[in-house]
Design a binder for this molecule. Structure first.
Ligand code: ITT
Length: 194
């Protein structure tokens, strides 16, 4: 494994919220991490791990330092897994309102709003490339709930909770989120392969 001279791994993303949630997790697990804002090209694939791996390869080529990137997807059962790997594009186009409309119009019963939020973390340092995945199961709420949130947080209710991610405090969301499991798996590998 190649380390940078300052032993910091760069978290590369156009989305600062991801880094803000990743920082306390990684710090707590002994990983030194910094934020690098960049819009990375995404290959087209249905698999988050493939998209993340290619994004990390591009990010490493651009920065010349060890990087991690993340690719997330919200997979809604009644919509056959849509928006899945296209969640970012769908958020920018039809948004949450469009997703709720699709669900209301789908033939499924109103109780069938099951979904999975998944994260793939990819590490690349030019010699080593690894991906780590995790998911949480939940449901899509009937309407957006919660303030000061981002992305799909206002409509995703993880199993075992009655709040959307957006209604939770930062610690509760981090404790329940898809991102946490993937980051933990990465950190476990990273700190033991030093
Ligand atoms: P990158 O530059 O890192 O690719 P992005 O926001 O485009 O940033 P993704 O493609 O991985 O990232 O994200 C898919 C979508 O899911 C995007 O709209 C995110 O805002 C949203 N999302 C990811 N994690 C989320 C979370 O914890 N809560 C709410 N929305 C989330």
């Amino acid at each position: 494994m190649r380390r940078s001279s300052d032993n910091v791994v760069r978290f590369v993303s156009s989305n600062r919220h991801k880094y803000d949630e990743a920082l306390p997790i990684l710090k707590g697990l002994g990983v030194r991490v910094g934020y690098e804002r960049a819009l990375l090209q995404e290959v087209q694939s249905d698999e988050l791990a493939v998209i993340a791996r290619e994004k990390a390869r591009n990010a490493h080529r651009r920065l010349g330092m060890p990087v991690i990137v993340e690719d997330d997807g919200l997979f809604i059962e009644a919509l056959g897994g849509f928006p899945g790997a296209y969640s970012s594009y769908v958020m920018r186009t039809i948004g949450i309102a469009g997703i709720l409309k699709l669900l209301d119009g789908s033939s499924s019963s109103s109780s069938d709003r099951r979904a999975r939020f998944s994260a793939a973390i990819a590490y690349d340092d030019g010699s080593e490339s690894r991906t780590f995945e995790a998911s949480v199961r939940g449901t899509i709420s009937e309407a957006p709930r919660g303030e000061k949130s981002w992305g799909y947080d206002p409509v995703f209710v993880p199993d075992g909770q009655d709040k959307t991610f957006a209604e939770m405090g930062p610690d509760q969301k981090i404790g329940a989120s898809h991102r946490t499991g993937a980051l933990r798996a990465f950190a476990e590998w990273y700190v033991t392969s030093a």
